[in-house]
Design a protein around this ligand. Structure first.
Ligand SMILES: Cc1cc2nc3c(=O)[nH]c(=O)nc-3n(C[C@H](O)[C@H](O)[C@H](O)COP(=O)(O)OP(=O)(O)OC[C@H]3O[C@@H](n4cnc5c(N)ncnc54)[C@H](O)[C@@H]3O)c2cc1C
Length: 410
């Protein structure tokens, strides 16, 4: 008889795990309380960047220097809801401790293991499915106000180079060749070749889910209430049994693990996007705007501006102020841009204190696996997390060391 696996959570991590396991001949049930690709998922509204070179965690040794600006400047890319601050401390203190040079370099190394081949991982996942068409490849550019702004961060970019992510310098004239509407605020850029992006993260996931179901996978729309070894308890279907269970519930995974006496230090980094519809201009490829920490991605629906980090707890409502900050940013980047209508969205990055996901088998319970915590690069690494989890479940040795990702490291 075929072995069976239940996967909790149908974001990019869950669907990647489900489809990889299905291809190995396993009887897979993917469970989510919402439809995969729904706007309540973090996987719906991200910037869509397949950010293979995003190996520098926010907890870098330079963070101490940046901290006053991050905490108190009116144009900071980070904001904290001060009433939430006391609760945030249990995450923030260990997060800051990870800024030591030694820990930082080890995190960079581990992130690279997950990102470096991620464009290829997405291509393998979507090969032969209708989702292939949502993947674009090309340059991603980082825009700076001046070359000086780049020089302040040169060490971090050189570290990326050391890992094989080469980049080219562009002056203002070279930026304008491909994008004449970029404001005169931006005078220097780095161009990173061989990156990728998705033109609709939502449709990409929906299409992968349809392919999974059309080819024998099972999707159940239900809320999972609890877990046990080989069992899950759902709201509508009651107790369901499987040989193995995988938790891919994004930022909500921490709550589950608590119920089964596992502690992972995960926090919501709330992010926001605005999609401008019917724009009079689309850049040919995405940007990362260094000072604003906003990504600008040409997508099917329009031009998406995504970013912001807000610490306000997983259950807080989106804040209108964050949208206003993005709107101001848009005017800064593209003063002459025109559009008709906007979509606004907010979602939650699942972020651990060391910026690494939780990945692998439970050390407390048999037949229980975890794949969550992709923080700022969760869309990029989802297929790789799915592949590694599949390897573990079918007994194939993954080609990545997993101790750094263990649930019991916190
Ligand atoms: C503004 C912004 C920009 C970003 N840009 C990028 C980017 O450019 N590139 C990149 O790589 N990453 C980016 N990210 C990060 C990325 O979006 C996330 O890391 C990633 O989507 C997480 O995917 P996931 O599958 O782990 O979680 P999710 O997509 O959140 O999916 C988790 C699923 O679990 C389900 N679930 C939870 N609890 C239960 C339950 N009890 N029962 C049933 N189902 C349950 C939820 O309904 C949900 O569907 C960005 C994030 C934000 C906010």
């Amino acid at each position: 008889m075929k072995s069976s696996v239940i996967i909790v959570g149908g974001g990019i991590t869950g669907i990647s795990t489900a489809e990889n396991l299905r291809r190995e001949g396993i009887n897979v049930t993917l469970i989510d309380k919402i439809e995969p690709g729904d706007e309540k998922q973090t996987s719906y509204g991200n910037a869509g960047l397949l950010a293979i070179s995003s190996i520098i965690p926010i907890s870098s040794p330079n963070l101490w220097k940046k901290l006053p600006k991050y905490l108190f400047s009116s144009n900071s890319p980070v904001s904290i809801k001060w009433s939430y601050f006391p609760k945030l401390l249990k995450w923030l203190v260990p997060f800051m401790k990870n800024c030591s040079k030694e820990k930082f370099l080890s995190i960079v190394n581990s992130l690279n293991e997950l990102t470096y081949d991620s464009v290829n991982q997405h291509k393998l996942l979507s090969k032969g499915t209708k989702a292939e068409k949502y993947i674009k490849t090309g340059d991603v550019k980082v825009l700076f106000k001046s070359k000086n702004d780049f020089l302040i961060l040169e060490d971090e970019f050189n570290l990326r180079k050391k890992y094989g992510f080469n980049f080219f310098h562009l002056n203002r004239q070279e930026i304008l060749i491909n994008d004449p509407l970029i404001s005169s605020n931006y005078n220097f850029a780095l161009s990173f070749p061989n990156h990728g992006w998705l033109t609709s993260p939502s449709k990409y996931i929906k299409t992968l889910k349809d392919h999974f179901v059309d080819n024998g996978g099972k999707f159940l729309k239900d809320e999972v209430l609890n877990l046990e070894e080989n069992f899950i308890l759902t709201k509508d279907s009651g107790k369901l049994k499987a040989d193995k269970i995988v938790v891919c519930a994004g930022v909500w995974s921490g709550k589950f693990l608590k119920k089964i006496d596992h502690f992972v230090n995960i926090e919501s980094e709330k992010g926001y996007h605005i999609v401008l519809k019917n724009v009079n201009h689309m850049p040919p490829s995405p940007y990362m705007i260094n000072d604003l920490k906003l990504a600008v991605t040409p997508m099917e629906k329009g031009l998406r501006f995504a970013g912001r980090v807000e610490f306000s707890g997983v259950d807080s409502s989106p804040s209108e102020e964050q949208f206003q900050i993005i709107r101001n940013g848009i005017r800064n980047i593209y003063p002459k841009l025109k559009w008709e209508g906007e979509e606004i969205w907010s979602g939650q990055r699942p972020s651990t204190t060391d910026s690494l996901p939780v990945l692998g088998e439970s050390r407390k319970h048999q037949n229980l696996y975890f794949a969550f915590g992709g923080q700022h690069v969760g869309m990029t690494i989802g297929p790789k997390l799915g592949k590694i989890t599949t390897d573990l479940i079918i007994g194939r040795k993954p080609n990545v060391s997993l101790s750094e990702f263990s649930h019991d490291r916190f």
